[in-house]
Design a protein around this ligand. Structure first.
Ligand SMILES: [Zn+2]
Length: 383
């Protein structure tokens, strides 16, 4: 089989005039055109490094401006959902991920329906089953067992990996965080999404502290950042994905770099929830692997990787520390995959001789650069 597109994106760079020879699903040769090209651009498929499929039905439903009010809205809305509804939402979100070119995912699930949805459309990766112990601090073991059972259910139907998500450093009790920090394993955790998190750990004030007080849950102020706490608990390491990382200091970034922590960046969600713009330029310069995540449709809007890439460029430009389009494409493909805490010896997610990476075709034959692809791309142009 010969794929003869106008151009091929390799390692985030659009190269015109190349064709691929593919044999048994493996790229056997990459060579200059030997005939007239067809009007499309070829790339490695996208990797969505942070997702919540189950909130698809809540797209555009919540209107709170403040981060914490918004979280409360979603928590209330979840209670009224039937399992059938959640299942349908997962399937729709999985289909839309596929339609926007995603073939690998880092999915956070509270309910157990993502596995069958992802498997049915052909997306692999890792599902993180969500653990929260805020109201179960006295008996976290029972809650952990329940979540492990849900993870086991997902494992039955998912072709990829299944692990635990430690929801955040303030919704999982410290003993449980220390327990998982002290043993091997793969995890994902939301970190420093809003400014409230560091405020809570540093000084015991703000909306998170109020939430603890209102519910009569005791807490200990650490006096340091959330990243410092997670380091001290043994969770700053390559097998723990940190999601968001908006409110980071330069010393936090050094800590993440020293532990080779992989990061998921979700710019549209961060903008919607008025989180600080994540210091992605600085994280990349520090050598961190940063992937792009579409988070949930409830905060990010339509499931569209091109929109997410445009947002990553806009946010970085707006904060005066711009990312290059090529870097953002890498975050959505080869680096995004490398950022997922999957087996370390898996093949690179890119186009090269010997690669089996799933490919996507974009009907954007006039594109001269990756910048053009990001500017004009949309799910409807993919097949
Ligand atoms: Zn999330």
């Amino acid at each position: 089989l010969i794929e003869r597109p106008v151009g091929v994106v390799i390692d985030g760079h659009l190269q015109l005039g190349l064709e691929l020879v593919i044999s048994d699903g493996v790229i056997a040769e990459i060579r200059p055109h030997t005939g007239l090209p067809e009007p499309y651009i070829l790339s490695a498929a996208f990797v969505n490094t942070h997702s919540h499929l189950e909130y698809r039905g809540m797209e555009g439903q919540f209107h709170s401006e403040d981060y914490f009010d918004w979280i409360r809205e979603i928590t209330v809305a979840k209670v009224g959902q039937s399992p059938e509804q959640v299942r349908e939402d997962c399937l729709l979100a999985a289909k839309e991920n596929f339609a926007t070119g995603v073939r690998r995912i880092g999915e956070h699930s509270d309910r157990p329906f993502a596995a069958e949805a992802l498997s049915s459309v052909g997306i692999d990766g890792i599902i993180f089953q969500e653990l929260i112990t805020f109201f179960e601090q006295a008996d976290a073991a029972t809650k952990i067992d329940q979540v492990q059972s849900l993870a086991a259910l997902q494992r039955e139907t998912f072709g990829g990996a299944v692990a635990l998500a430690l929801h955040t450093a303030y919704t999982v009790d410290r003993e449980t965080l220390a327990f998982f920090g002290g043993r091997e394993g793969t995890f994902s955790i939301h970190v420093a999404e809003s400014r409230y998190e560091n405020e809570f750990f540093r000084s015991g004030t703000g909306p998170i502290a109020d939430f603890y007080s209102r519910n009569g849950v005791p807490f200990v102020v650490t006096g340091g950042s959330v990243v410092e706490l997670l380091r001290d608990l043994g969770l700053v390491r390559p097998s723990v994905q940190f999601v968001h990382c908006c409110d980071l200091s330069s010393s936090d970034i050094e800590i993440l770099a020293s532990g080779s922590v992989p990061v998921a960046h979700c710019p549209r969600s961060n903008v919607r929830l008025k989180c600080p713009p994540a210091p992605v330029r600085e994280m990349l310069d520090a050598g961190l692997k940063v992937g792009l995540g579409m988070d949930s449709a409830a905060s990010s809007g339509p499931i569209d990787m091109f929109a997410e890439m445009r947002s990553a460029l806009e946010v970085s430009a707006h904060r005066g520390r711009p990312l290059l389009p090529e870097e953002v494409w890498r975050m959505a493909t080869v680096m995004g995959d490398a950022s997922l805490p999957l087996s370390v010896d898996r093949p690179k997610w890119d186009i090269y001789v010997g690669s089996r990476t799933p490919l996507i075709k974009m009907a954007l034959p006039g594109a001269q650069s990756v910048e053009d692809l990001i500017a004009k791309g949309e799910p409807g142009l993919l097949n």
